[in-house]
Structure formats: C-alpha cells, structure tokens
Design a binder for this molecule. Structure first.
Ligand code: NAD
Length: 289
C-alpha cells in the first residue's frame, strides 16, 4: 500500500480519495476548501495544511484540479520541489496537452515520473469507482500506476505518450457536449409537440439513439434539476481545449465549434455554475420557451 498525496478534493477528488483510503492506502490530502478537507478526514484520510505538506514523503501524488493554471501553480510551483526522485505524479485533471507535456518535462529533470490521466464518467463514475481513465506517459510508469488507477476506474487504458491522455479526453468532451445538446433538442421537440418527454425518451433509450447520458440524466433534465455534476464552466474550458487541439493539427471540427458556442452561450447567460445538462435551458431559450 502506498503513501499518497492527493491535491484537489472537489466533486471528483473527494470520492476518489475516499476509495484510495478504503483500499488501504495512506492518503494525505490538500484543498483550499475546508469542507473538502473535512470530507477526507471523515473518510479516514489525513488533512494537510498545504500542498507541500500533503506531498511530503509521498510515493504517489495525485492531482485533481480544475484547469491548467491550478496545475501550474500547484505542480510546477510546489509539488515538484517537495517530492523525492522516483515519486509517481498522476495528474488526473482535464487540462490542455501542452501543460501536461511541460509538467512531464519538468518532472523528468527532477527524476519524477509523470502521467496525464484524465477521466470520464462524471461524479457517478467517481463515486462508484467506475471511471474511464485515459493515460498518457511512459509504459513502465503506467504499469506502476495501474493498481491505483484500477481502484478508481473500470476502463483504464494507456493511450500513448505524455499529453495523449488529454487529447483523448478532449475527444470525449466534444462527444459528451454534442450528446447533451441533442438530448436537449429532443426534449424541447417532444414537449413543444405535446408528447410526454419521459415516455418518449424511455423508448428512445432502448433504440439506436441509446446512450449513457439518456440513461443517467433524462429524468433530471426533464425535471429541470441542474445541480452539478459537471459545471458548464468546466465544459466551456474543455471545448476550448478541444478546439485548440484541433487547430494544432490543422483539422476542422465544425460540429465541435457549434457545441462550443452553445456552451459559451450557457455561460454568458449565467448558467456557468449549473450542471452541463443545463444546455437544455440554452436550447429552450433559442425558441423562447
Ligand atoms: P471541483 O471544482 O469540484 O474540484 C476542484 C477542487 O480543486 C476544488 O475543491 C478546489 O478548491 C480545489 N483547488 C483549486 N485550486 C487549488 C489549489 N491551488 N490548491 C488546492 N486545491 C485547489 O472540480 P471537479 O468537478 O472535481 O473537477 C476536477 C477536474 O476533473 C477538472 O479538470 C474537471 O474538468 C475534471 N472532471 C470533472 C468531472 C465531473 O463530472 N465533475 C468529470 C470528469 C473530469
């Protein structure tokens, strides 16, 4: 069992760190938010007073932070200076691939093994330890991280060198955004036509349009419950990552561009802190409903 430093104990990091404690690891965590620290203590972990304290003596460090500036501040600013050579750093945040490459490069200079390992599956996947985890980095480091990642997820795949985990996650996010937008359009069409949306989506969930978002979110969307989950603000960040990655390799992703604008509109209308299923409100507003 490992001594793990875990930084970023939010919607995802909180249940993930609790699973690691339950698996027998000694987990010391840090978050800027006191409530997040209290949850880790309640789960049997140890709350640290700073990121530096959390990673002191750790064999493995996991970060689950919102975006690249947080990773730059915490990892490049603190963690890499506070860990021993040979430490395994697994960044599970969704960030732009360039930052993952910069972190891996800085880690290599200090003998720290780095993986980018963003996840898909949402809050439910984190709570049930059924996440899909897409990992970029060296094969040997992936093998070393595997037992820990298997504690957090069900589908754990090494997808290529440093940064490629983030590219796979960008591909995931553009698909998830598109599916949410289309489920929202289906609900608006059904309701405006006077058809019971629940009955409609129940039957569609058994046909070719079946998907996980229909399975997990159709009832809350129809009930207009938009507690996050995954905030529109974070999905807006991810669409920016996807479009920048597309530009980097000179490909056109027109539908991704459209979805990015719908999500940007949700943020501009003040829905940034709601769950991304609130794309339904954006679609409704387009028709004045
Ligand atoms: P969150 O905002 O709930 O959690 C992030 C945590 O990081 C917060 O508790 C915050 O206080 C903490 N934090 C920020 N800066 C810090 C710092 N300098 N030092 C210590 N702690 C700091 O976000 P989340 O939903 O848990 O998402 C985390 C990451 O996982 C994001 O990159 C997100 O895109 C990704 N993700 C989220 C979901 C989801 O469904 N919520 C799903 C897959 C991936």
């Amino acid at each position: 069992m490992s001594r793990i430093g875990f930084i970023g104990l939010g919607i995802m990091g909180s249940p993930m760190s609790a699973h690691l404690v339950a698996a027998g690891h000694r987990v010391t965590g840090f978050d800027l938010n006191e409530d997040a620290l209290a949850k880790l203590t309640a789960a049997g972990g140890t709350a640290a007073a700073s990121a530096r304290d959390a990673v002191e003596g750790a064999e493995v460090v996991i970060t689950m932070l919102p975006d690249h500036p947080h990773v730059e501040e915490v990892v490049l600013g603190t963690v890499l200076d506070g860990v021993a050579r040979g430490t395994l750093l697994i960044d599970m945040s969704t960030i732009r691939p360039e930052t993952s490459l910069a972190v891996a490069e800085e880690g290599a200079k200090r003998g720290v093994r780095v993986l980018d390992a963003p996840v898909s599956g949402g809050e439910t996947g984190a709570k049930q330890a059924t996440l899909s985890i897409m990992v970029g980095g060296e094969e040997g480091d992936f093998a070393a991280a595997r037992p820990i990642l298997d504690t957090l997820g069900k589908t754990v795949v090494h997808v290529g060198p440093h940064g490629s985990g983030q590219v796979v996650k960008a591909a995931n996010q553009l698909m998830v955004g598109g599916i949410y937008a289309l489920v929202a359009e289906a609900i608006v069409l059904l309701e405006a036509s006077g058809v019971d949306a629940k009955a409609g989506l129940d039957v569609l969930a058994g046909g070719l349009a079946a998907n996980r978002i229909l399975d997990l979110k159709r009832d809350t969307m129809i009930a207009r419950e938009f507690r996050p989950g995954f905030r529109i603000d974070l999905h807006h960040k991810d669409m920016g990552i996807a479009l920048a990655a597309a530009r980097q390799v000179d490909v056109a992703l027109p539908v991704t561009g459209l979805i990015a604008q719908l999500i940007a509109s949700g943020r501009a209308q003040g829905y940034g802190s709601l769950d991304h299923s609130a794309l339904l409100k954006v679609v409704e507003n387009l028709s004045g409903r």
